[in-house]
Design a protein around this ligand. Structure first.
Ligand code: SF4
Ligand SMILES: [Zn+2]
Length: 322
């Protein structure tokens, strides 16, 4: 496909059209039910090991169309109502244990008024009032008055997760997030000025770069997050699965990280002085060919995330890898 060769120079609308053309089918979702929920332990920026409830809310698809994003698969086309959203939250909270913190992830931006209706803010705040920290995600362009309105309703501290992805300007452009490094700098300064906690999601091995450069820019992006005082820095191994990423892979513009590359990037992250450093272990097994390695490293990274203490790779007796 000729457009792939010039991906970086296409206009956002052209990229969006191609990404959408290549998408697999959307899953059937119920606007009265969350996509999922679970309970986990996670280190907080103040050093405590917290009990965290994670709830994946069902809502309207994010208005951006990022090249690497597969989150739209479990979203709706039409907005959900405040009543439906609060019903989802009640459904999850009824089955979840008590927690110190809650992640309200919505496959997009919490402050997108067509995703999470502001009419639901007070009801959400009421339901999570026992939590000392409430974590939501948002595109930097949607930070503003609604963020402050929601924070004012909370008993606990608001933490905003932003998809920093990669600070290589050409890659950030090619990711079609319609975001610049300057906008990221301003978003972080704004969040600090309003005393909000920040979480950065960073792509481990972004597309559009040769492997060594992709890992170098993963490290540069981690450094940027640390230098900007971001409290929680999360590496997310870049995955395919949305149509365009498979095509980029066939075309040599993307390769998923190997276990060795995951090790190298995670080891670097844990040399950095951020209060909380995390390797995202969701779907980690897909990057390992040996199921036993996948299980061992998943358990190990879960431990490292919780203790914040680096551990060397666990040798696998089934394939003799380490
Ligand atoms: S802004 Fe986030 S949720 Fe929206 S398309 Fe991009 S990566 Fe996906
Ligand atoms: Zn193995």
């Amino acid at each position: 496909m000729i457009e792939l060769m010039h991906w970086e120079t296409l206009r956002p609308l052209e990229r969006t059209r191609l990404i959408r053309q290549l998408r697999p089918a959307r899953a059937a979702v119920d606007p009265w039910r969350p996509q999922g929920f679970h309970h986990e332990l996670e280190r907080a920026p103040d050093g405590r090991l917290e009990r965290v409830n994670v709830i994946f809310l069902t809502n309207r698809e994010c208005p951006w169309t990022c090249t690497m994003c597969d989150l739209w698969q479990h979203t709706t086309i039409a907005p959900v109502s405040a009543t439906q959203l609060l019903h989802q939250l009640d459904h999850a909270l009824m089955q979840l244990p008590k927690a110190d913190a809650v992640k309200l992830y919505n496959s997009g931006s919490f402050f997108d008024r067509l995703a999470i209706p502001p009419a639901a803010y007070a009801g959400i705040a009421e339901r999570v009032r026992a939590c000392r920290r409430v974590i939501v995600e948002s595109h930097p362009a949607l930070l503003g008055s609604r963020t402050l309105q929601f924070q004012a309703l909370l008993e606990g501290q608001l933490e905003v997760a932003i998809g920093v992805e990669c600070i290589h300007p050409g890659v950030l452009e090619a990711l079609n997030k319609q975001l610049t490094v300057g906008q990221l700098d301003r978003a972080v300064a704004w969040l600090h000025a309003h005393h909000l906690l920040i979480r950065a999601f960073i792509l481990l091995k972004p597309p559009f770069l040769p492997p060594a450069e992709a890992l170098y820019w993963t490290q540069r992006t981690v450094q940027w997050a640390v230098e900007n005082g971001i409290q929680t820095v999360v590496l997310i191994p870049t995955r395919s699965g949305n149509g365009i990423m498979e095509l980029l892979q066939q075309n040599g513009q993307f390769a998923p990280p190997t276990p060795e590359e995951i090790e190298a990037a995670a080891a670097y992250l844990f040399t950095q002085p951020a209060p909380v450093r995390l390797l995202d272990t969701w779907d980690l097994h897909r990057f390992y060919s040996c199921p036993n390695c996948a299980r061992l490293q998943q358990q190990r990274f879960t431990r490292i995330n919780q203790t914040q203490n680096w551990e060397p790779p666990v040798p696998c007796t089934q394939c003799m890898a380490s």
